[in-house]
Unconditional design. Structure first.
Length: 423
C-alpha cells in the first residue's frame, strides 16, 4: 500500500457506527502512515479499527492474578477483600443507605458512627475515626493537634513510606513544625524530655514498619514515651502503619499501643488488617472529636463503599479472622501451599520449587514465609502478564515461578489454563 492509497480518517470511521470510531480511525491511519514510510505493510485497516475500538472500551483497571508470593502487594492493589466485605459493598452500593442519617432519631447522623463501635471493641479505644488512608490519618491528627506548633519525632523514624512520600513531608503539609530528637540509630526518652518547650504540641512515634535498624541501637518503649507525654500534659500519637489488630510476627497491635499509653493510634485498613484502603484513628474520645471537627476531615473522609468494606472486614476480625484473605495467606500451613504447587506442577508438567513469600505493603520486613512455586518456562512470563486475566509471576534463574502462597485453589486452576493458552 502507498500513502495515497490510505483512506481518510472519515472514510475509515464510516465502517463503524461506534461513537469512538473517529478517534480510533485517527490512531489507525497515523500508525499506517508511519508503517508505509518505513516500508512496512500496514495490513487490514478495518480489522485494526475494530481492535482499537475494543481496546478503547476495555476496562483499564483490571483484575489480575497474583503469583508473586507478595501478599500485600502495593502495585497489585494491596489486600484482596473477603467475601463478607464484598457482600457489604454490594448491599450498600446498589441503593441508598443511612450513611449520614440516624434511623432512630430521624435526623442527620455521622458516617463515623458505623464503624466506631466495632473499632472500640477490637482496640479498647474510647473512640475511632476513618479517613481515606493512613498518611491522611497522620496528617489530620497533626493538623488538629499541632498546627503552627512543634511535633517531636526521633530522627530514626523520619521514614519514607513509599513512592517518595516521607514523614517530614506529611508533617509539613499538616501545618505543624518538625523537631527532630535523638540520632538515627539511638534515641532515648530523655531526648524527648530535653526537647520539650513552650511550642511543643505532640510527641509522635512512627513505627519502622518497612525496615528495621539493627546493631548499636536504642529506642524508648512506648510506655516510656507515654510517661514523658503525661508529665508535660502532651498527647502521644503512635503511627503504626501496618494495621495489625492481632498478633502477627513482631508487628505492634493498636490495642497494645493504647494499653501502653498512646493517646491516639493511626493505622492502615488495607495492609495487615486485610480490608479496603483506609486510615484509621483510635484513642481518646476528646482527641478523636478534635480530629472529627477539623475542616480537613471533610476532605479526607472515607466514602460509603470504603466504610461498608471496612465494616465487613472488621466483623470478620472479631468472629472469623481466617476468612480475611491476607490473614489466611499469612497463616496458611506450608504443607497446604506445597499441595497446591504440586497440583499445579502436575497439570502443567512444571517443577515444584521452594521459595520465600513476603507480607509486603511495608509490613513485617524481616519475616520470610516458606512457600512453594510451580516453575515453568521463562518466556511465558510476558505472555502471562498480557493475557486475560493477567497473571503476574516472578522470573528467577531462567524460570517463571508461580508462587502458590498468594494463589487460591480456584486461581491455581485459572493459572493452569492461562499457561496452556500461552504455550
Amino acid at each position: 500500500m502507498r500513502l495515497r492509497d490510505l483512506p481518510s480518517v472519515d472514510e475509515l470511521a464510516r465502517r463503524s457506527n461506534d461513537p469512538l470510531a473517529v478517534e480510533a480511525a485517527r490512531t489507525v491511519v497515523a500508525r499506517a502512515r508511519e508503517q508505509i514510510q518505513r516500508g512496512d505493510d500496514p495490513g487490514d485497516l478495518g480489522a485494526q479499527l475494530q481492535a482499537e475500538l475494543t481496546s478503547a472500551r476495555a476496562p483499564h483497571l483490571r483484575r489480575v492474578i497474583n503469583a508473586t508470593g507478595v501478599i500485600v502487594h502495593t502495585n497489585l492493589g494491596r489486600a484482596p477483600l473477603a467475601e463478607a466485605a464484598l457482600d457489604r459493598v454490594r448491599e450498600i452500593a446498589r441503593g441508598y443507605s443511612n450513611l449520614e442519617y440516624d434511623l432512630a432519631a430521624g435526623g442527620r447522623g455521622s458516617r463515623q458512627d458505623h464503624v466506631a463501635g466495632i473499632l472500640r471493641r477490637l482496640t479498647g479505644a474510647e473512640a475511632g475515626l476513618v479517613v481515606n488512608n493512613n498518611a491522611a490519618a497522620v496528617m489530620l491528627a497533626l493538623a488538629a493537634l499541632a498546627e503552627g506548633r512543634e511535633v517531636l519525632v526521633s530522627r530514626g523514624e523520619l521514614i519514607e513510606i513509599g513512592d517518595g512520600f516521607r514523614i517530614p513531608d506529611v508533617l509539613e503539609r499538616s501545618g505543624a513544625h518538625l523537631h527532630e530528637v535523638g540520632t538515627t540509630n539511638r534515641t532515648r526518652a530523655a531526648d524527648y524530655e530535653t526537647a520539650i518547650g513552650p511550642e511543643t504540641a505532640v510527641l509522635l512515634r512512627v513505627h519502622q514498619s518497612n525496615f528495621r535498624v539493627v546493631g548499636f541501637t536504642a529506642q524508648p518503649s512506648l510506655s516510656e514515651l507515654a510517661d514523658v507525654a503525661r508529665r508535660h500534659g502532651l498527647p502521644l500519637v503512635d503511627d503504626l502503619g501496618s494495621g495489625a489488630l492481632m498478633d502477627i510476627g513482631d508487628e505492634p497491635t493498636a490495642r497494645a499501643s493504647l494499653a501502653a499509653g498512646a493517646d491516639l493510634v493511626c493505622f492502615s485498613g488495607d495492609k495487615l488488617l486485610g480490608g479496603p484502603q483506609a486510615g484509621i484513628v483510635v484513642g481518646r474520645a476528646d482527641l478523636v472529636e478534635q480530629l472529627r471537627r477539623h475542616p480537613l476531615q471533610r476532605a479526607l473522609r472515607a466514602d460509603k463503599l470504603t466504610l461498608a468494606a471496612l465494616e465487613g472486614t472488621l466483623a470478620l476480625a472479631v468472629d472469623a479472622p481466617d476468612e480475611i484473605p491476607v490473614l489466611r495467606m499469612l497463616r496458611e500451613p506450608v504443607e497446604t501451599v506445597r499441595a497446591r504447587a504440586e497440583r499445579l506442577a502436575s497439570a502443567l508438567g512444571g517443577e515444584v520449587e521452594e521459595t520465600v513469600a513476603r507480607a509486603g505493603g511495608g509490613s513485617l520486613p524481616l519475616t520470610e514465609l516458606p512457600s512453594l512455586a510451580c516453575g515453568v518456562e521463562e518466556e511465558l512470563a510476558g505472555k502471562l502478564r498480557t493475557g486475560d486475566p493477567p497473571v503476574i509471576a516472578v522470573v528467577r534463574d531462567g524460570r517463571t515461578l508461580l508462587d502458590c502462597r498468594t494463589l487460591t485453589d480456584s486461581e491455581a486452576g485459572e493459572v493452569a489454563e492461562a499457561v496452556r493458552r500461552c504455550r
